[in-house]
Ligand binder design. Structure first.
Ligand SMILES: NC(=O)c1ccc[n+]([C@@H]2O[C@H](COP(=O)([O-])OP(=O)(O)OC[C@H]3O[C@@H](n4cnc5c(N)ncnc54)[C@H](O)[C@@H]3O)[C@@H](O)[C@H]2O)c1
Length: 379
């Protein structure tokens, strides 16, 4: 007997679509799960647009005010897929209404907001998770398993990049629909909260906590027309950010992100070097995990590329036959599956709000360090 879990989706953009696809697919590929998502209601401010989204993706109803959605008795879980400046208010209202929450990343605009959100969900005791979806790319999950097995030995280095090139044009406006990421009032920060947050979440998951950071940021285009006012306004987000850090396990970290790396669209890469072995991963080739194992026989020792498609690889027994790969969207299906599993087991679905707050703290320390050009501990 399956149990329905009624979903209320807020926002219908990039993530609204990615998550909805996850809810729709999960029952087919994870048939053993007790809970089945039901696309109960979708919400956004424009009635015509949200109705068109609901019709296309199969939501039963619509709302144009998120407060009305949260007040509905027939909604069990709310999915927050709106710009970052709305996360806190919506999440706290959900917690107070006793709704489960699946919130997009970064958890909030800053640590103070994130802390309030954590306290609200913990007080209400509602199930919560934050969509740092890269943890659930099978090759990344495999990296976690290999690292946790101790195969790498003592870790010396962790490095990650997230490179894009879509904001190089000087006449690109900031703010409003689709371009809220360039407006600090809506996004909180630029590449630090948008892209490095992913790198930091994965890094903490794989290599443990960060103790301190030193960073530099740059805003290459100083003024852009704001879509909502039509006026040229100061750009307050970081266009690029690089930082060094110490991890609590004694290893050194090196991170870089920019939207000005001509030729790169979403090049998220990480590499981890231990005394016995190293691993590296590249989002553009996401089904592969590269590994160098110093224990291999000398004459054949070298980097190997593991095609993470076998039935004994994480999540892969749920999909096709060995050798056939899956893609980006499946990371969201896996996240939904793990969330539903967590409801059965009563265990948290990581990353929880509290886990995501740790990433937010690193982001805040990075921005503070870039501002005063000194080392900052991650409090
Ligand atoms: N996990 C990931 O890899 C990933 C990728 C992209 C975005 N994100 C995060 O997801 C969130 C949304 O990003 P996106 O790319 O989907 O943005 P988007 O611009 O594509 O969509 C934003 C949606 O929010 C809606 N919205 C805005 N204000 C609203 C309000 N007051 N009430 C109801 N709806 C409102 C808009 O109508 C739109 O549908 C952000 O927090 C972003 O950081 C995460």
């Amino acid at each position: 007997m399956t149990k329905p879990l009624n979903i209320g989706m807020i926002g219908y953009g990039f993530m609204g679509r990615a998550h909805t696809n996850g809810y729709k697919r999960v029952g087919d590929f994870f048939p053993e799960l007790k809970y089945r998502p039901v696309l109960k209601a979708a919400c956004a401010r424009n009635k015509e647009n949200i109705q068109a989204f609901a019709d296309q993706w199969g939501y039963e109803s619509i709302e144009t005010d998120w407060k009305t959605l949260i007040a509905r008795d027939d909604i069990d879980a709310v999915d927050i897929c709106v710009p970052n400046n709305l996360h806190k208010e919506i999440a706290i209202a959900c917690a107070e209404a006793g709704k489960m929450i699946l919130c997009e990343k970064p958890i909030a605009m800053n640590t103070a907001e994130g802390e309030e959100m954590c306290q609200a969900v913990e007080k209400a005791g509602v199930a919560n998770t934050v969509w740092y979806n890269y943890r659930r790319v099978p090759a990344v999950t495999l990296a976690k398993q290999i690292i946790d097995s101790g195969k790498l030995g003592k870790i010396f280095h962790y490095r990650a990049n997230f490179l894009q090139d879509w904001t190089i044009a000087e006449d690109l406006p900031q703010g409003g629909a689709a371009l809220w990421r360039l407006d600090a009032d809506a996004a909180g920060s630029g590449v630090t909260g948008d892209l490095l947050a992913h790198c930091i979440d994965t890094a903490i998951w794989l290599n443990g906590s960060v103790s301190d950071v030193t960073a530099m940021t740059e805003t290459f285009i100083k003024e852009r027309v704001h879509q909502e006012t039509g006026q040229k306004q100061k750009v307050s987000i970081d266009d690029a950010c690089a930082f060094l850090c110490h991890f609590k396990n004694g290893s050194l970290g090196l991170f870089e992100s920019t939207r000005y790396a001509r030729g790169h669209k979403a090049l998220y890469t990480f590499e981890i070097n231990g005394e016995n072995a190293s691993l590296r991963w590249d989002l553009h080739d996401l089904h592969r995990l590269e590994m160098f194992d110093h224990a291999d026989e000398g004459i054949v020792r070298g980097w190997k590329s593991i095609h993470v498609t076998d039935g004994d690889h994480p999540y892969m027994d749920k999909w096709w036959v060995p050798g056939l790969q899956i893609g980006y969207e499946h990371s969201f299906v896996h996240h939904v599956a793990d969330f539903l599993k967590s409801l059965e087991s009563g265990e948290p679905c990581h990353p929880t709000f509290r886990d995501a707050l740790e990433t937010q703290k690193v982001c805040d320390a990075v921005l503070a360090s870039a501002s005063d050009r000194s080392w900052h501990s991650v409090s």
